[in-house]
Design a protein around this ligand. Structure first.
Ligand SMILES: Nc1ncnc2c1ncn2[C@@H]1O[C@H](COP(=O)(O)OP(=O)(O)OP(=O)(O)O)[C@@H](O)[C@H]1O
Length: 254
């Protein structure tokens, strides 16, 4: 049997006596698109940071493709194919869009190293970087410095660069935050085009993105799993409705 892409067992995080995550279980199958939703302060970002290795859990285990990574630091989790995007796009602002993607390619699981000469290697890296930029509709800004790009472009470039690293498990922390309403459909369409051999875990307040993108949804409330199911099941779940979907908490349905 294939191991789940991500498995959390009893993940608990306390900070200064406060329980922020309270025994969270989670199983995400390979290729699945899973959304994690919940009110402000539910613990979603903390959970992603524990999965990515930026925060150690107080208790519990994190397994990625069957491997226990609980004690691995974030940079070592990249080696098992795990990558996370940030709420603020993590791009190098002084570099161009092309240079950002080139760097990502060189850090990712690519095969330039077998190529004979460095000229061939550089040419191949550049060819692949341009292909990634084209795929993400970024060719027109390939040689622009990132600091001159709009937030929407920076967001797309961050995803393109992460994509170029060919993660097997991609964690997206509020990718639609800061996008204008008219940018969301194209952005959603790009997310939907991510290859199915890439498992995606998404934290997002835009219910439009969540319900269109996710195969399954986990609702987090006060650091614990309130409910989990398909988009239809969660939409009809009374507890999810009360805690989040029709409550007075912040949502972004743009
Ligand atoms: N380092 C910390 N020290 C103390 N409390 C923290 C720390 N980090 C997070 N918290 C608290 O833990 C709770 C969960 O925070 P978290 O950012 O994970 O929630 P969230 O669900 O991502 O919220 P949002 O939707 O607003 O981003 C909040 O009450 C927050 O104030």
């Amino acid at each position: 049997m294939t191991a789940p892409a991500l498995q959390l067992e009893d993940v608990t995080k306390t900070i200064g006596g406060l329980t922020i995550l309270d025994g969270v279980p989670l199983t995400v199958q390979p290729g699945e698109r899973r959304a994690i939703i919940g009110p402000n302060g539910a613990g979603k970002t903390t959970l992603l940071n524990v999965i990515a290795g930026f925060l150690p859990p107080t208790r519990g285990r994190v397994l990625v493709f069957g491997r226990d990574v609980t004690r691995l630091p974030a940079h070592r989790r990249v080696d098992v194919g795990l990558l996370k995007t940030n709420q603020q796009p993590a791009v190098l602002r002084e570099l161009t869009a092309l240079e950002n993607v080139l760097l990502a390619l060189l850090r990712g699981r690519h095969r330039f190293f077998g190529l004979a000469g460095s000229v061939d290697r550089d040419r191949e890296a550049r060819r692949q970087a341009m292909a990634v930029l084209e795929e993400w509709d970024l060719l027109d800004v390939a040689n622009e410095r990132v600091q001159h790009l709009s937030h929407g472009y920076q967001r797309r470039l961050e995803l393109a660069a992460r994509f170029a690293m060919r993660p097997r498990l991609l964690l997206l922390d509020e990718p639609a935050a800061g996008l204008a309403a008219d940018e969301i459909p194209a952005f959603l369409e790009r997310l939907q085009r991510l290859p199915r051999d890439m498992t995606v875990v998404l934290v997002e307040h835009s219910m439009r993105v969540v319900f269109a993108f996710a195969d399954r949804i986990t609702v987090l409330h006060h650091g614990a799993v309130l409910t989990e199911g398909t988009p239809d099941e969660v939409r009809q779940d009374r507890y999810a409705q009360e805690a989040y979907l029709s409550g007075g908490t912040r949502r972004n349905d743009a």
